[in-house]
Design a protein around this ligand. Sequence first.
Ligand code: SAH
Ligand code: SF4
Ligand code: F3S
Length: 475
Amino acid sequence: MKTLEILTPEDKQGIDLPRLLEDEQGAQGKKKLYIESYGCQMNFSDSEIVASIMREKGFATTSSPDDADLVLLNTCAIRDNAEQKVRNRLSTLVSLKRRKPDTTIGVLGCMAERLKAKLLEEEKIVDMVVGPDAYRDLPRLLDEVETGQKAVNVFLSKEETYADIAPVRLNTNGVTAFISIMRGCDNMCSFCVVPFTRGRERSRDAHSIVKEAADLFSQGYREVTLLGQNVDSYKWTSEDGTEHVNFANLLEKVALVHPDLRVRFSTSHPKDITDEVLYTMKKYDNVCNYIHLPAQSGNSRVLKIMNRTYDREWYMNRVDAIRRILGEDCGISQDMIAGFCTETEEEHRDTLTLMEYVKYDFGYMFAYSERPGTPAAKKFVDDIPEEVKKRRLNEIIALQQQHSMERNQMALGKVHRVLVEGTSKRSTEHLQGRNDQNKVVVFPKHHFEKGQYVNVLVTDCTTATLLGEPVLSEN
Ligand code: SAH
Ligand code: SF4
Ligand code: F3S
């Protein structure tokens, strides 16, 4: 997720790479937890739930696996190379386990759910395999490991949303945070492993979401991203049946927390995104003008066998609605899959012409990777040769680069309201943040600090970044 989808262009390079933790303050005498997260933003958010559950059990987080009593890898199964990365990482942990045999090693997340107890046989150093809905059971599983056994819980729940658990914010910049609003997915896109690893779709209590957003704002956070595999199908009814909240309603409730709290969301599904959501975005200035709208393909036959349940025309119609209601400058990004089963050259070119039609601001593009057990793996032959997939993928990436540049050039000469997230990665004399459309903006520091909104006149750009000067008189 990170599909998620919630990646900035810079982040994208690290899509399946782990993020490391910072040492927790005041942790002397406590047991230590080291946790590494792979994959989509949902996984990164889940790691914050796990840290919260383990804190109750007396664990503080550490940035070093060597110092840890418990090493957890929160894994992704979306493509074969995501799993390969975890296996490589496990092999690097063999020497640690040899030096410190008492270290418990656990695999969490989607790969744990996909492989279940088989993972214990395949990776001897693993003590514990825990699926995404079983994190409340971690303390008990750990006790089981301490008695010398291996422990597994991959039970998928229809209800678990961890709504009552306050996440421990890991690696936070103190400005932007993610809030899970739902779990699982009921869509069954034929290529996708997520319905199998994350189970049925369920929506979290709307009040707990609004409260989490309000708490974050009072702690100084200025942006929240509402997370789900398909946020547009968010649907929650109160226990007494009197309150019904859909995604547009939820967006409005979170927008009303404070006008200075920016609201983003991801991922939108083209079949479900409604005009009501678009009008809610238009109504509130603090709901960002940016939509991640994965297409996967621009060809209707391919979309049909992918079981995306929309066709090229439907998708274009949704894009037209976005442009009509939110304007030409609304940011739109895509996910595309190159070389899905039976895709012809002509069908691949339909993906390129769809891209020409939309002119996406950015995109996350992948070669098709067959996942065992998915409908596509059962029904179709993965028949596009690797080199053809790669060539098609490169064509998609090259076109996206061109469009990203064109879209960024549209930002030149205009003033953008930027929420500062911290010091620029390239220079300590510069700050970086994002504008309304989710584009990264870099500008000279002056007296500004992270967490502030700064009006920046954009004067230059690359395919990934806007560069500019703060408009000093207005601040
Ligand atoms: N829920 C989101 C996406 C979740 S997975 C949605 O519906 O759009 C993130 C992205 O990974 C997908 O959008 C898709 O582009 C890609 N992906 C998923 N399964 C894949 C596979 N088997 N091979 C290659 N890419 C895949
Ligand atoms: Fe996978 Fe489709 Fe669900 Fe996205 S909507 S998580 S691609 S099954
Ligand atoms: Fe996310 Fe990967 Fe699972 S993309 S939902 S962590 S398979």
